[in-house]
Every structure is written in structure tokens, then in C-alpha cells.
Design a protein around this ligand. Structure first.
Ligand SMILES: *Cc1c(COP(=O)(O)O)cnc(C)c1O
Length: 381
């Protein structure tokens, strides 16, 4: 099946009990047993372990990412937490110096006393990255494109190194989605999603996902999830499943609108830098063309003045774009990273990577492009 068919049919079949074409919302915590330890249906005993609506979503996730096993979590961070808990004191994890704020907060605050050592590096410098690998290194974790600076890393090049050193390699594929980029095909072992964003696609739920290339690793992670409990409920599983069915259509429009917004901003006299992989001025534009099918709907920019006041004034003036956290929904959103999504990153760390006071991140939605450009124009005066 091609991707545009997989989003609708991948891993899906009519519900076996009634033939319902759409998977029902199985709002149940438990399942009847015929005799103690002998459930009526061998796959279902208690819903922390399995629920048919979640199972249907997990099959869809595995299908669209070309993986062996999908797992649906109560949030993106719960998915990340489940994976990191596989490691123990003394293990080392190499990751990037430009990460989603919540991931950075988890690695530095929650796992601070776990004995797991995290290295935060520029993953575009493959030599420095490889020089950090030692016998304790267990996992490499990347995000590409990054939030909010839209930096890219070369998944295939990193996979070559992780394969050579027999390390697990995980990619946060939230920004790109499998419509644009398939990390498992490029050599990664695990894909993570904040399904809250493009997979759900309608800003109406919080959800996360892990997809593994290897069924055995998927089984271990499922045990970990079952034993710790951060599962996705049936209603939200249904909504993510429904969101995935239009992922390809939404992404296509997000990309078209994103490109036009980026070009518009690049030509505006008040704007200094525009961070969008679809612009030839983006430092990884060539890599983006190679690694991604298109360039997505996330665009960040800052002001020639460098003044935070300009960013605030813009954010107070926008009308069609809504000033709000999050991204990836059908509606356009704007975010001020230093006060919102990245407030948990220390000032020196965020300035080091370029998250300045005047930086704005846009999640370009699927509205009419003329209305979006008019809105930006009036907010930039
Ligand atoms: C939002 C986000 C997360 C966290 O996901 P939640 O669903 O909010 O827990 C992780 N990574 C990226 C890139 C995100 O944008």
C-alpha cells in the first residue's frame, strides 16, 4: 500500500463483532472471563494492557511509520518517559542541544538523579557526536526538524554511526510526520510522536506514540507501558485514528501554506531571519530536499530590531492566527517560545542555540492562504 492508502486502511479492518467499518470506541476497563485466567478473547483481559480501539490506532501507527509495533500513550512526554525508563544508572544517552523544551526538562530534571548521563550536542557535527560514544552509550535521541528553530539533522548519516556502534536510535518525528519523513526507513530503531500535534491534527486531545522497527523491542516497551500505566484512553485513541485518516491531505496544505508564509516573511522589511527548511536560505535546505518529501507547516522568524516588544506587538495584533501553545492543528497558531513552549529552557542554553527574545514560531494551518498572509501583513505594521 502507498502512504495515502495506509493512512486510511493500514492495519485496519472492520470491527469483528459487528462489521462496523469504523473502529468503535470501546469504553471499557475490563473483559469477561469464562474461567479464571481464561478471558473470552485471548487478547483482552484488562484495558491497561490492551483495548481494541487503542489496538486499532497502534496498528495504524505501525503501518504509517513502516514499523513492526506501535504503542499509544497518554501524551508525547509519556511516550518518551516510557522509552527512557528502559535505561539504568551508568547508561549514557546522546541527544541534541536543541530539543523540545519539555523533552529537555524531562532529561535534565526528572532523570537528573537516575544515574543516566545525557550529552547535549550539535548533531550536525558527526565527529564530535561519534567521539562521545563509549561502552556505556545506549541510545541516541534526535528531533528533526527541531522545535522552534527548524534545524535538521541527517537521520541516515546518524543511523550509520549508531548501527556501527550497535546503539538504539530514536527520532522524535512530531514536526515532520511520516507524510514527510520516515525515520525507520532511514535507519532509526524507534520513532516517537506527540500525536497531540499533526497526527491528531485538530487540537482536541493530548496523545503520544512510539513505533519500533523491531517487534521484540516493541514488546519490551509494551511491557514497560503496561507496568507503568501511561496508556491512551479509547476516546482519544479513536480521535487520533480519525485524525490519521486525513493526515496526507492536511499535510499537503500545511506544506503549501507554510512555504508561502515563509516566502512572505522573508520579503517583509521588519523580519530578519526566517527559519523554514523549504527556503534556499535555510542552512539544511539540501538535506531537507533529500530527507523530507516536502517542508511542513512550521515557520519561525525574528525581527530586524531584535526587540521583544516587536514580537509581543505582533502576537497581540494577529487575528486569524491564535496566540496559543501547541501546533499541528488545522487552525493557525502563533507562539512566543521564550514565554511559552521553551520557558523551561535556561536563558543561557536557549540563547546559545538562537532562541532569542524576539523569536516567533508559527504553526501554519490549512485556512485560505490569502487570509493568513493578510493577517500577518496587518500584524507586522
Ligand atoms: C509537543 C511536543 C512534545 C511533547 O508532546 P506532548 O503530547 O505535549 O506530551 C514532544 N516533542 C515535540 C517536538 C513536541 O512538539
Amino acid at each position: 500500500m502507498k502512504f495515502n492508502t495506509k493512512v486510511i486502511h493500514g492495519g485496519q479492518k472492520p470491527d469483528p463483532s459487528t462489521g462496523a467499518v469504523m473502529t468503535p470506541i470501546y469504553q471499557t476497563s475490563t473483559y469477561a472471563q469464562i474461567s479464571p485466567g481464561q478471558p473470552m478473547h485471548s487478547d483482552y483481559e484488562y484495558a491497561r494492557a490492551t483495548n481494541p480501539t487503542r489496538t486499532a490506532l497502534e496498528h495504524a501507527l505501525a503501518s504509517i511509520e513502516n514499523g513492526a509495533r506501535g504503542l499509544a500513550f497518554s501524551s508525547g512526554l509519556a511516550a518518551t518517559d516510557c522509552l527512557i525508563r528502559m535505561f539504568k544508572s551508568g547508561d549514557e544517552i546522546i541527544t541534541m542541544n536543541d530539543l523540545y523544551g519539555g523533552t529537555y526538562r524531562m532529561f535534565t530534571k526528572i532523570f537528573k538523579d537516575s544515574g543516566i548521563k545525557f550529552h547535549f550536542v550539535d548533531m550536525n557535527d558527526l565527529e564530535i557526536f561519534e567521539s562521545l560514544i563509549n561502552e556505556n552509550t545506549k541510545l541516541v535521541w534526535v528531533e528533526t526538524p527541531t522545535n522552534p528553530l527548524m534545524k535538521l539533522v541527517d537521520i541516515a548519516a546518524i543511523a550509520e554511526i549508531t548501527t556501527k556502534h550497535k546503539l538504539l536510535f530514536a527520532v522524535d518525528n512530531t514536526f515532520a510526520t511520516p507524510y514527510l519523513q520516515k525515520p525507520l526507513d532511514l535507519g532509526a530503531d524507534i520513532v516517537m510522536h506527540s500525536a497531540t500535534k499533526y497526527l491528531g491534527g485538530h487540537s482536541d486531545l493530548i496523545a503520544g506514540a512510539l513505533v519500533t522497527k523491531d517487534a521484540e523491542l516493541g514488546k519490551k516497551l509494551h511491557f514497560q507501558q503496561f507496568a507503568t500505566g501511561a496508556i491512551l484512553g479509547p476516546m482519544d485513541s479513536f480521535l487520533v485514528l480519525r485524525g490519521i485518516k486525513t493526515l496526507h491531505l492536511r499535510m499537503q496544505r500545511h506544506c503549501e501554506n507554510g512555504q508561502k508564509v515563509a516566502e512572505f516573511l522573508e520579503n517583509n522589511s521588519k523580519v530578519k531571519n526566517v527559519y523554514y527548511p523549504g527556503l534556499p536560505s535555510h542552512p539544511s535546505h539540501e538535506l531537507a530536499k533529500k530527507q523530507m518529501k516536502d517542508f511542513g507547516g512550521m515557520v519561525s522568524f525574528n525581527f530586524k530590531s531584535g526587540e521583544m516588544e516587536d514580537a509581543i506587538s505582533f502576537l497581540e495584533k494577529i487575528k486569524i492566527f491564535t496566540l496559543a501553545e501547541s501546533l499541528g492543528g488545522v487552525e493557525s497558531l502563533a507562539n512566543h517560545p521564550i514565554n511559552m513552549s521553551h520557558a523551561s529552557v535556561p536563558v543561557d542554553k536557549r540563547l546559545e542555540v538562537g532562541i532569542t527574545d524576539d523569536l516567533i514560531r508559527l504553526s501554519v494551518g490549512i485556512e485560505d492562504i490569502d487570509d493568513l498572509l493578510d493577517d500577518l501583513e496587518q500584524a507586522l505594521v
